[in-house]
Design a protein around this ligand. Structure first.
Ligand SMILES: *Cc1c(COP(=O)(O)O)cnc(C)c1O
Length: 463
């Protein structure tokens, strides 16, 4: 179905509510105590103390009636379960890769992939590596390099495909380091850490050409493949009449493999996979899979999860769903933009990114303006968001600390979970925090782990 009445502007949720989850209404004082106890890190809060949880769109979507029904079809045979074949068929139908290797999450696919192809002295270019992708590349000893186009690093640029790879920089990097030192090129669709911005088909084709000339494989970090394809349909010349599933197939046909988190566009609470065409890579990956995830026909998932993913993949490419999804994210972002809150433009697919560095110019990057905004949104309105800036990316593998390219705060929108009135409330809270921005303070880190520090670091407000 691609219809819908064109007479009315409001894009309503193309579903109605079938089961509800209560939210706890806490006071501002209760929230101030909760966040203090959590070391000013929202990852350490109890979820019950959060009113609108925009920490992530990962695994937090609402499954459909048909996904819950599919779960009842789950067959838990250790090997060769019918649920495995249903899953494999659904993945191959959209992406077409010869080998599909199920994992419990996207990062397990990354760990296995870079366990096979990574290693010291190597370099893995991407538009922008997601945090777990970067960590897995670096854990293998390789270097992770971000080569997004210049517009992708400019929060105010309105380029329609700000996730695009800087193709000239990619070719130059491969020439400089030598083909033997570049095991693969990764392209993240949509570009999560760069603002949820899409990558065009034209750019994927150009990256493919560079990879072909060098003989380097191209992999997609495809977590938001459907949202990316919808943007291609809406924004890329000549693509407007196409079926999103066809666009997805074309995106995948330009790559040699993919890593995937089923907690994103496939609308599941868990799951992921690695897929590729290379027989040798697949063989080695399955050996690693058995070591840490499980047998190749379930790979760390229950049969019922495989069923839910297969059904979710059919819903992820529905035009009615994607129109609502992208429009409802833009609704939040455009309202913030209109009220003068600096946001990354154009609005991305799964999230709105507030430019905390611009909103809080009195807080220098190494005092974490993003963290300050995250804490304020929680204390003021119970909204949980996520810093994507110097806390997440500022610590280098050599131990030094540098400001990240941007200090953003991500308001990620779980799929099919919140209604327009939840979003209207979020808009009000953001406006109130922005009005009082001059009074917000910076933070210092009092305790941090060696890797992925944003998940567990503890902070203290500066005087
Ligand atoms: C979420 C995500 C991952 C990792 O997936 P998990 O299922 O969380 O392990 C990798 N890349 C991108 C772009 C993501 O958004």
């Amino acid at each position: 179905m691609t219809g819908g009445d064109e007479e009315f502007e409001t894009i309503i949720e193309p579903f109605r509510i079938h089961a509800v989850e209560p939210l706890v209404m806490a006071t501002r004082e209760q929230r101030a105590a909760a966040i203090r106890e959590a070391g000013y890190n929202v990852f350490s809060l109890r979820a019950e103390d959060v009113l609108v949880d925009l920490l992530t769109d990962s695994g937090t979507g609402a499954m459909s009636r048909d996904q819950w029904a599919a779960i009842q079809h789950g067959d838990e045979s250790y090997a060769g379960s019918p649920s495995w074949f249903t899953f494999e068929r659904a993945v191959k139908d959209l992406f077409g890769f010869r080998h599909v290797i199920p994992t419990h999450q996207g990062r397990a696919a990354e760990k296995i992939l870079f366990g096979v192809v990574g290693g010291s002295g190597l370099v893995v270019p991407s538009n922008t590596h997601f945090d777990t992708t970067r960590a897995n590349v670096e854990a293998s000893g390789a270097e992770a390099v971000d080569l997004v186009i210049a517009e992708g690093r400019d929060p105010a640029s309105r380029h329609p495909f700000k996730g695009n790879v800087d193709v000239a920089a990619l070719a130059a990097l491969i020439a400089e380091r030598g083909v033997a030192h570049v095991p693969l090129v990764m392209v993240t669709v949509t570009n999560n850490s760069g603002g949820g911005q899409p990558v065009s088909l034209e750019n994927l084709r150009a990256v493919r050409e560079v990879c072909d000339r060098a003989g380097v494989p191209l992999f997609l970090d495809a977590c938001r493949f459907a949202e990316n394809a919808w943007f291609i349909r809406e924004r890329e010349p000549g693509q407007s009449g196409r079926d999103v599933a066809d666009i997805v197939r074309e995106m995948a046909s330009l790559a040699d493999g993919m890593t995937m988190s089923a907690k994103k566009d496939p609308m599941c609470n868990i799951g992921g996979w690695l897929a590729c065409n290379d027989d040798d890579l697949a063989r080695e990956a399955r050996n690693l899979l058995i070591l840490t995830e499980g047998f190749p026909t379930y790979g760390g998932l229950a049969g019922r999860d495989l069923e839910a993913i297969a059904q979710g993949l059919t819903e992820a490419v529905s035009h009615d769903y994607l129109r609502y999804r992208i429009r409802s994210t833009a609704y939040l972002g455009e309202a913030l933009d209109r009220s003068g809150v600096p946001v990354v433009l154009p609005i991305g697919g799964h999230a709105v990114y507030v430019d905390a560095r611009a909103l809080l110019p009195h807080i220098p990057p190494l005092e974490y303006p993003g963290q300050s905004l995250v804490v304020a949104l929680y204390e003021r309105g119970g909204i949980r968001s996520c810093e994507i800036g110097t806390v997440m990316f500022g610590r280098r593998p050599d131990g030094s600390e540098v400001p990240a390219a941007m200090d953003l705060v991500r308001l990620a929108i779980p799929r099919r979970t919140y209604t327009q009135s939840h979003v209207d409330y979020v808009i009000e809270v953001c406006q109130a925090v922005a009005r009082d921005a001059a009074g917000l303070r910076g933070y210092r880190i009092v305790d941090e782990p060696r890797q992925l520090r944003h998940f567990t670091a503890r902070f203290e407000p500066l005087a």
